[in-house]
Design a protein around this ligand. Structure first.
Ligand code: ADP
Ligand code: MG
Length: 395
């Protein structure tokens, strides 16, 4: 249940609506290389213009150091949004100040204005009350649609809500609803597939998932810390020594709760993480000392596919191997395909690299839900509060 007021519950006609979006897109030489996050904002943006609001978009991009920095300008996003929404978008070179205020004064109903990167001001990350007040003064209503930034208590996610009535945008609401619903009322069997580089990043999430999943698959770089916890030798594979003890507890919890734990039984190993690596498939107890495990092996792939094909709920976060390199992409591709093929299940995929993998294999449209918020989804799933969400008006 989503217990915050959404943008649908307020009359926006003729109102100046400050919308916090997550346009933190990848750029290459001034061009947006992936417009997923811009597309994700469209339901809210379209709703607002269709209902006669004056839409003021504010976002961060990258990590500028609290001052203007051309390489982090949001200007390139303007064209992308303009094309997607089919309307003119006015871009202002500042976030707050005279120019921004005057541009807002000139706005008419149904118009879209984009402010410059909110992290060009030091007050954003410091959640400075003065900066928040100035930003809020541009508008009558605040809508938060930046799920990917909801775990940060910044001026544009939390500070502004002391000055403006604050509502959830459609993306934010849908993300929160989907993820909480998945944990609270999953169809069974519920299969979670975790991978990626580090177990430390996702320990909280795995711990929580162990309370509702039937099967937990662990692949990717994180599996080696668990294998070490089980007493295996893993050669030069990625291991986080400080996490071996927590990993032991994780194994114990899985067995106490009767969760079926699938760890790799075989691996693709190589002595270097390179495109022309010479690879070998070995059993998990036979990793040569001078090599590292860089993908799950074919027998493991079959085990994982079997679990996925039976699932009614699937959560996937983290690639099974170094999928960016051809010799180590197979495990991730096979898992992505298996998830896509199971159309009886609700499938949720999260994590920047996992979503990139889905896209690489052309399967993005074939899962039920792609979560756009990396850190925010992880925080939500592990049960931590999201300040950006808490700050919104209750239903
Ligand atoms: P996500 O962004 O989907 O949450 P992560 O950021 O946790 O995923 O991890 C993605 C990275 O993990 C990828 O860059 C991938 O190359 C790396 N990775 C996967 N398997 C291994 C492995 N066996 N050894 C080292 N790195 C790995
Ligand atoms: Mg990542």
């Amino acid at each position: 249940m989503f217990d915050k007021k959404t943008v649908r519950e307020v009359d926006v006609r003729g109102k100046r609506v400050l919308v916090r979006v997550d346009f933190n897109v990848p750029l290459s030489e001034g061009t947006v290389t992936d417009d997923t996050r811009v597309r994700a904002s469209l339901p809210t943006v379209r709703y607002l213009i269709d209902h006669g609001a004056r839409v003021i978009l504010v976002s961060h991009l990258g990590r500028p150091k609290g001052r203007p920095d051309a390489q982090f300008s949001l200007r390139p996003v303007r064209r992308v949004l303009q094309r997607l929404v089919g309307r003119n978008v006015v871009f202002i070179d500042q976030t707050v100040g005279k120019e921004a205020t005057e541009a807002v004064e000139r706005m008419v109903d149904g118009e879209i204005l984009m402010l410059e990167n909110v992290r060009f001001s030091p007050g954003e990350k410091e959640n400075d009350p003065e900066f928040a007040k100035e930003l809020a003064s541009l508008a009558d209503i605040y809508v938060d649609d930046a799920f990917g930034a909801a775990h940060r208590a910044h001026a544009s996610t939390v500070g502004v809500t002391t000055h403006l009535p604050a509502y959830a945008g459609m993306l934010l609401a849908r993300e929160v609803e989907t993820l909480t619903e998945m944990l609270a009322h999953p169809g069974h069997p519920f299969v979670a597939i975790l991978g990626g580089s580090k177990v430390s990043d996702k320990f909280g999430v795995i711990d929580r998932l162990l309370e509702s999943v039937d099967t937990l698959v662990i692949g990717g770089g994180m599996c080696f810390t668990l294998l070490v916890a089980m007493g295996a030798e893993v050669g030069k594979s990625l291991v986080e020594p400080d996490w071996v003890e927590p990993a032991k507890q994780m194994l114990e919890k899985a067995s106490e709760r009767g969760v079926e734990l699938i760890l790799p039984v075989d691996l693709v190993v190589a002595d270097a993480m390179v495109e022309d690596a010479e690879t070998k498939i070995v059993g998990r107890g036979e990793i040569p000392a001078n090599t590292m495990g860089l993908d799950i092996g074919p027998t493991t792939v079959e085990l994982v596919k079997g679990a996925i094909s039976q699932a009614k709920t699937i959560f996937w976060n983290g690639p099974m191997g170094v999928f960016e390199l051809t010799p180590f992409e197979n495990g991730t591709r096979e898992v992505a395909l298996a998830v896509a093929r199971n159309n009886r299940a609700v499938s949720v995929v999260g994590g920047g690299d996992s979503v990139a993998a889905l896209r690489k294999f052309g399967l993005e449209e074939r899962v039920t839900f792609v979560s756009t918020g990396g850190g925010a989804s992880m925080r939500l799933l592990e049960g931590s509060e999201l300040p950006g969400l808490e700050a919104l008006l209750d239903k």
